[in-house]
Design a protein around this ligand. Structure first.
Ligand code: GLU
Length: 428
C-alpha cells in the first residue's frame, strides 16, 4: 500500500474544469483570510494526513482478471475518526479524493459531529460491472484498506456509484477478516445489518430543510417557490419530493440523459428516482430539455444534485435563480462562486446543505456502537434539530461578517477546527 503525506496538485489548464482539490484549497484560503486563524493551522489543513492507493485485481465474469486502482484519502482527524464516502466512478483520482476529503472535514465540523474528513473510491465505471463483479471488487477493496479503516479510525459510507448493498459487503468483508461482526466500520448499510432508518433519504432531506430555512430567511413562501433540481438520485429525488410535499413547485428534474420540464409543476412522487428505476426521468418526460438548460431555467431555487463542477465560469452569468442550494458535492467552481456572489445570487454550500447524509451516518454509528436501533421518527426529528442548529450557526456568521454563505459555513468549520488544533497542538 502506498501512502504519502503531502499533496502535490497540478493546476488545471485554462478552460479545463478545476479539480475538486483546487476548488477546496481556494475555498479554504478564501475563508481563512476572513478569520484570524493561525496560518500554521491553515497550512496543516491544506494537506491530507495520508492518501492510501491500492491495487484491486478482480476476476471478471468471463474468467479474465482486471486490475483497478482504489484510494482512501484521510484529510484531518483532529475532531474524531475520519469519515466520508467511497465512490465508484471512472473519473476518481487521487486529487479528487483529497479535495472531497477536505470537504468532509469542513462538513463534519459545520455540523459539530465528532468526526474528521476522508473520501475514497475506485476508478471504475460501475455500470460496466455485474452485481457479482461489484461484490468481488468491494470485498477485495475492503481487504486492501482494512488496516486503515475501522469504527474508531476511519468510517466509509456510500457516495456516487455505491449504495447500501456495497456497504453491507464492505462491512461483511471487514468483519470476516476481524473475526467478529463490526457494523460501525461503515455507515449507510441496510437497516437489517445495522444501518439506520432514514439514512438513504437524509442528504435529500437536509437539502430540503436548508432550502426551506433559506426561503424563510429571504421572505419567500415555499408555495410561491419554483424549483429546478438537477439529478434524481438519492439526493435530488428526496429533496425534490420533500419540497414538493411542503408546497414548492418543482418544474424540472433530470437524469444523465436530460431533464423533464413542466412549468406547471411535476408530480415528483410519480417520477421514479434513479434508485427505483435508473435513468427513468427522461423516459417519463413529455418535454425533455438538456441538463445545461435546466441550470439556467427561470426558477427561484436551483438545486444542483448530480455531479461536481456543473456551475462554472461559462454559465454562472446565465443562472436565473436567486438561490442555489448545493445538493451535490462541489457543483460550483470557485470562479463561478465569485461571479454568483457579485450578481447577488445566494449559494448555500454543500457542506451545510447535503450534510444530512453524514449526520445520519453519525446517528447510525451511535446505534451500531450501542447495539440499539432508533425509529425513523427519532432519526428525522434529531436530523431536523441538527440541521437547524447548524443553519443558525452559519446564519450568525453570514449576518455578522458580510460574507457569502459559503464563507460563513467555512468560518464556522474553520473556527472549530482551529480551536481543536490549537488545543491539541502539534505532535511530537
Ligand atoms: N458521501 C456522503 C457525503 O458526501 C456521506 C458521507 C458519510 O456519511 O460519511 O457527505
Amino acid at each position: 500500500m502506498a501512502s504519502e503525506s503531502s499533496a502535490q496538485t497540478v493546476a488545471s489548464e485554462p478552460g479545463e474544469p478545476e479539480s475538486a482539490l483546487e476548488t477546496a484549497r481556494r475555498q479554504l484560503h478564501h475563508a481563512a483570510e476572513k478569520l484570524s486563524i493561525d496560518p500554521n493551522i491553515v497550512e496543516r489543513l491544506n494537506h491530507p494526513k495520508a492518501v492510501h492507493e491500492v491495487t484491486i485485481p478482480i476476476e471478471r465474469d468471463d474468467g479474465t482478471v482486471e486490475v483497478f486502482t482504489g484510494y482512501r484519502a484521510q484529510h484531518d482527524s483532529v475532531r474524531g475518526p475520519y469519515k466520508g464516502g467511497l465512490r465508484y466512478h471512472p473519473e476518481v483520482t487521487r486529487d479528487e479524493c483529497v479535495g472531497l476529503g477536505m470537504w468532509m472535514t469542513w462538513k463534519c465540523a459545520v455540523m459539530d459531529l465528532p468526526f474528521g474528513g476522508a473520501k475514497g473510491g475506485v476508478a471504475v465505471n460501475p455500470k460496466e460491472l455485474s452485481p457479482a463483479e461489484k461484490e468481488r471488487l468491494t470485498r477485495r477493496f475492503a481487504g486492501e484498506i482494512r488496516d486503515v479503516i475501522g469504527p474508531t479510525i476511519d468510517i466509509p459510507a456510500p457516495d456516487m456509484g455505491t449504495d447500501p448493498q456495497t456497504m453491507a459487503w464492505l462491512m461483511d468483508a471487514y468483519s470476516m477478516q476481524e473475526g467478529e461482526t463490526i457494523p460501525g466500520v461503515v455507515t449507510g448499510k441496510p437497516p437489517v445489518v445495522g444501518g439506520s432508518e432514514g439514512r438513504e433519504e437524509a442528504p435529500g432531506r437536509s437539502v430540503a430543510i436548508i432550502t426551506r430555512e433559506a426561503c424563510e430567511y429571504y421572505g419567500r413562501q415555499l408555495d410561491e417557490t419554483r424549483v429546478a433540481v438537477q439529478g434524481y438520485g438519492s439526493v435530488g429525488a428526496n429533496a425534490a419530493r420533500l419540497l414538493d410535499e411542503w408546497g414548492a413547485t418543482v418544474v424540472a428534474v433530470s437524469d444523465v440523459n436530460g431533464a423533464m420540464y413542466d412549468p406547471d409543476g411535476i408530480d415528483t412522487a410519480a417520477v421514479p428516482s434513479h434508485d427505483e428505476e435508473p435513468e427513468a426521468v427522461t423516459k417519463y418526460a413529455d418535454t425533455v430539455i438538456d441538463n445545461d438548460e435546466l441550470l439556467t431555467l427561470d426558477v427561484d431555487v436551483l438545486v444542483p444534485a448530480a455531479l461536481g463542477n456543473v456551475i462554472t465560469e461559462a454559465n454562472a452569468d446565465a443562472i436565473a435563480a436567486d438561490l442555489v442550494v448545493e445538493g451535490a458535492n462541489g457543483p460550483t467552481t470557485a470562479t463561478a462562486g465569485k461571479i454568483l456572489a457579485e450578481r447577488g445570487v445566494a449559494v448555500i454550500p454543500d457542506i451545510l446543505a447535503n450534510a444530512g447524509g453524514v449526520t445520519v451516518s453519525y446517528f447510525e454509528w451511535l446505534q451500531d456502537i450501542n447495539r440499539r436501533a432508533w425509529s425513523l421518527e427519532r432519526v428525522n426529528d434529531e436530523l431536523e434539530t441538527e440541521m437547524r442548529t447548524a443553519w443558525r450557526a452559519v446564519r450568525r456568521e453570514f449576518e455578522n461578517r458580510d460574507v457569502t454563505w459559503r464563507d460563513a459555513a467555512y468560518i464556522v468549520a474553520l473556527s472549530r477546527l482551529g480551536e481543536a488544533h490549537r488545543a491539541r497542538g502539534l505532535w511530537p
